[in-house]
Design a protein around this ligand. Structure first.
Ligand SMILES: Cc1ncc(COP(=O)(O)O)c(C=O)c1O
Length: 436
């Protein structure tokens, strides 16, 4: 995407011989001639292999809440490393971190650590099934909960294969997912109370859990509307369904206590990852004591690397910083300034757009009306978005070119970074308009 990408191209060619698609996660592939190779990152900046610097708004798909290579977090990890990192035993770090999480996160009375968000949602779902004795899970179109077969449904697709809005077809997002799992899943558009109510009236007795992203962190940060989260909470209470809030992207980002604090809605179970470790691999699922207490008493959860000291030492430092500083206020302030500047540029350019989400993670869509669900994103003008972002990346500002992925802010983004971003954004928009 940059004129000088010689080193990236050469390394990518090597990568493609040994890593399918040249990447270690499908979402990282931008095309054979576009996929960049990272060399290093510090604060809000990322450098590719050719030495090009970018103001980073991808932030590794969200985790980097304090900035890349954060000194206090890294020092905490370094100090802990001296004494070994994996013991297959409880360690004091994990107790300390668990205590902090239960203090910060509403509704989390007990938790278990995992190493990824995927593992966290997988175990939360199993626990909900065990608690209710029911098998089905209800999820929303465009909500992403990781890579396991039970929830990798209707994360992608078009209205054609997703079926009619009032009778959606669950669509597996990968070959290799057993067809039989489709019998265990119900998918619905987000933010539709009537459809949810009607669906539950028909099949609540089979539904173990409703899982959701409180802000659609994998679809342009579309927000819950008309108190939809409270509506889900009430329906779960009415029908004895476990409400699972997937806070993998929102946790320790939109507020210290995540979306549950932000929206004042307490789920039965919640999942965390990303910002909890500022990039170090750590995740968790937790919630009501009554439900979590089943684990170990008939419900299986394990993981060789669960609560390894690297992740725990990182999380410990992150939680200390978030608890004792105004880091999240800084993140939100930078995000607000950016949202305002982007709005000004797009209004001046006379492009119909919406900005949704929270200042710390927000999405831009080229559409005339407020998006409520995945199908609104499908119908938005993704071509204009991609064109502007491609021009922006060429100018050294890097959001993800896919408009589903929000712009992420960190406490390391400075006012100068925001100003530089807005200048580049204005030029990128002009270039796109001229090209059309
Ligand atoms: C909301 C949400 N849940 C779960 C996951 C899966 O997390 P991981 O990639 O750590 O497995 C993601 C990853 O982006 C996510 O955004």
């Amino acid at each position: 995407m940059k004129p000088n990408d010689t080193q990236s191209r050469a390394m990518f060619a090597r990568a493609a011989k040994v890593l399918p698609h040249g990447v270690s996660s499908n979402f990282r592939y931008w095309g054979d001639d576009e996929t960049l190779v990272a060399a290093r990152a510090k604060g809000a900046s990322l450098w590719d292999l050719d030495g090009n610097r970018y103001i980073d708004y991808r932030l590794a798909f969200g985790p980097i809440i304090l900035g890349h290579a954060h000194e206090r977090v890294d020092a905490s990890v370094r100090a802990a490393l001296e004494n070994g990192i994996s013991f297959a035993m409880t360690n004091p770090y994990e107790v300390q971190v668990a205590e902090k999480i239960t203090k910060l996160c509403p509704g989390v009375e007990m938790l278990r650590f995992t190493s990824s968000g995927t593992e966290a949602t997988m175990h939360a779902l199993r626990t909900a099934r065990a608690f209710t004795g029911r098998q089905k899970v209800l999820k929303f179109e465009g909500h992403y909960h990781g890579m396991h077969d039970y929830l990798l449904w209707s994360t992608d697709g078009s209205p054609r294969n997703l079926g009619a809005r009032n009778d959606p077809i669950p669509v597996a997002a990968s070959s290799g997912i057993p067809r039989a799992i489709r019998d265990l899943i119900i998918t619905l558009p987000f933010n539709d109370r009537e459809l949810l109510e009607r669906t539950l009236r028909q099949s609540w007795f089979d539904v173990a859990a409703i899982i959701l992203e409180p802000i659609m962190g994998n679809c342009a940060a579309i927000e819950p509307q008309d108190e939809f989260l409270k509506f889900i909470r009430a329906r779960c209470d009415e029908y004895g369904i476990v409400m699972i809030m997937d806070e993998v992207k929102t946790g320790f980002r939109v507020a210290k206590g995540g979306a549950q604090e932000l929206f004042g809605v307490t789920a039965d179970l919640a999942t965390y990852a990303k910002a909890l470790g500022n990039g170090y691999p750590v995740a968790a699922f937790g919630g009501r004591r009554e439900i979590m207490s089943l684990i170990g008493k008939g419900v299986a959860h394990a993981g060789t690397y669960s609560a390894n000291v690297v992740g725990m030492a990182a999380a410990d430092a992150v939680l200390n910083i978030l608890s004792t500083t105004d880091a999240l206020q800084v993140v939100a302030a930078r995000g607000r300034a950016l949202q305002k500047g982007i709005s000004d540029v797009l209004e001046a350019a006379d492009l119909p757009f919406t900005i949704s989400g929270h200042p710390s993670m927000f999405g831009i869509m080229f559409t005339g009306s407020t998006p409520r669900e995945f199908r609104d994103w499908v119908n938005s003008d993704k071509h204009t978005y991609e064109s502007i972002m491609t021009n922006l990346i060429r100018r050294g500002v890097m959001p993800d070119p896919d408009s589903r992925e929000p712009w992420f802010l960190s406490a390391a983004h400075s006012e100068a970074d925001v100003a530089e971003t807005l200048n580049a954004f204005e030029e990128a928009v002009k270039e796109t308009k001229q090209a059309h």
